[in-house]
Design a protein around this ligand. Sequence first.
Ligand code: SAM
Ligand code: SF4
Ligand code: F3S
Length: 453
Amino acid sequence: MTNLSILSGKTYFIRTFGCQMNLHDSERVGGLLDSLGCLQASGPEDADIVIFMTCCVREAADTRLYGQCSSCKSLPKSPSGHRVVAVGGCIAQRDGEGLLTNLDNVDVIFGTHSIAHVGELLADAFIDGSRHVRVEEIDTGSATDMPWHRETAYHAWVPIMTGCNNFCSYCIVPYVRGREKSRPMDEVVDEVTGLVRQGVRSVTLLGQNVNSYGRDQGSAPRFAELLRRVGDTGIERIYFTSSHPKDLLPETIDAMAEVPAVMPQLHLAVQSGSSRILKLMNRKYTREQYLDLVHRVRDRIPHIALTTDIIVGFPGETDEDFEQTVTLVDEARFAQAFTFIYSKREGTPAAKIVDPTPRSVIQKRFDRLVKHVERTAFEYNQHALDTTVPMLIEGTSKKNDRVLQGKSPWNQTVHCPVPDGVDPRELVGKVLDVHIDVARTWYLSGLSTSEPR
Ligand code: SAM
Ligand code: SF4
Ligand code: F3S
């Protein structure tokens, strides 16, 4: 049995790459280290424990890790004189022990299924100075039972399920996160109830495909029921991500429209506007079915902020296929879209498709798509002009600390001047009504019309 007390008083720093799942896993790792008496450091230079939570969804995320780990070699001595460097997350899960060969200064590797064991692995590394790896599939401890270190007091990420069963042909996630596993509904609802008691006002329910929540427990998907029950906890704002279009049921759209706390925002990744490419991607819906879904959602929730993910340059994508994506963006009128150039991931079916399309052609398509997205985002924000929106204050703008920054219910960034004589830090987590008189592509701004509450 490892003596975990060696970790007490050690300082730690976690750098997170990738999606909200990783962010949340980092919060769990942080919470575990806090419970073992570790202290959060402000940067890697002040840390006895440096942890990289990695992502391998695209090659760029993958290559960054090597630079980050090497840069640890040139750090000054850590406060205790012994620094342990750990790599967790999806690259760790994918490569396991293999990472040790290329990363000569890494002491601990832990996979996405092993975060409950990070304390033992780090303690062992401090005690015997050797390297420790744990990436096995079956975990005895559940990460969702672990304590958790939240960066914000007003918002929480709440995983409702882990893993993915969809095997989109380009995507590595099912290989590094395993199959779908839903948390029991009572557990999720109790967690949100507890968060409300602690003063949390907004939650984001997390899963790779929240629409199939509950299916692995032998029932039909129960996401609509979950939304209604979470809506009864007293939480003020509910967001969720991601939603696979093939599984978005009418009853879920009803729950979104009827539960006041469910915010009018939906992330519905389309990936491509071409039915031919969608088939090759194994997405299991057509362009027409996606657009029909968008219209059905808009019928129930008229100004919903629809956001999406799009991949440009999937192997074999032609100019005609790409045109279909552009026209779909215009028709769906996305409030925001995360656009990615296709990145080959070894081990996925799409990696075997040979594609002669030059990179310069794909880059041109990408740049053109970004312009379309900017236009639909700008147009979407114009709806907010001359209306008053309740902004949940997150802090101040990076460019000006006398400007408050927060989120509208539609998840738009909102700016408003800090009221005179007020310390903006005291306003974080409060709600302020803002009358919008400027609507740009990526933010709204205006003057407050209420007291913070
Ligand atoms: N489960 C989510 C869904 O289906 O909406 C997506 C999760 S994935 C982490 C986030 C996004 O990364 C995907 O929606 C996709 O657009 C993008 N992505 C995944 N694999 C990719 C690849 N090989 N190349 C480029 N982008 C990719
Ligand atoms: Fe990847 Fe598709 Fe699963 Fe999303 S649904 S994580 S894109 S395999
Ligand atoms: Fe990346 Fe893993 Fe998320 S590959 S996008 S961190 S699930």
